[in-house]
Design a binder for this molecule. Structure first.
Ligand SMILES: [Zn+2]
Length: 84
């Protein structure tokens, strides 16, 4: 499990363990698409971080995917800097 320190970056909440929609690996995943359905709740498509990065380069990718990746990268870079 991940450490959850007070003040940990909100970006970490973007990441969740799940199955990648592309390679089906069980890994840290990011939401890469929101599927809305006319009836009933929509659902979230998740992909592992390497695939999320790849999908973020697609013209059809939602703008928030790039934003989420940038936020995650910034948070991870800060964590590395603070690693004890
Ligand atoms: Zn994947």
């Amino acid at each position: 499990m991940s450490r959850d320190e007070p003040g940990a970056d909100d970006a970490e909440r973007l990441v969740e363990m799940g199955h990648c929609c592309r390679c089906e690996a069980w890994a840290e995943t990011l939401a890469v698409a929101l599927v809305e359905r006319g009836s009933g709740p929509g659902y979230i498509v998740r992909a592992c971080i390497p695939h999320a990065r790849e999908m973020a380069t697609y013209p059809s990718a939602p703008a928030w995917l790039r934003t989420d990746l940038a936020a995650l990268d910034a948070a991870r870079a800060k964590q590395l800097g603070n690693a004890s």
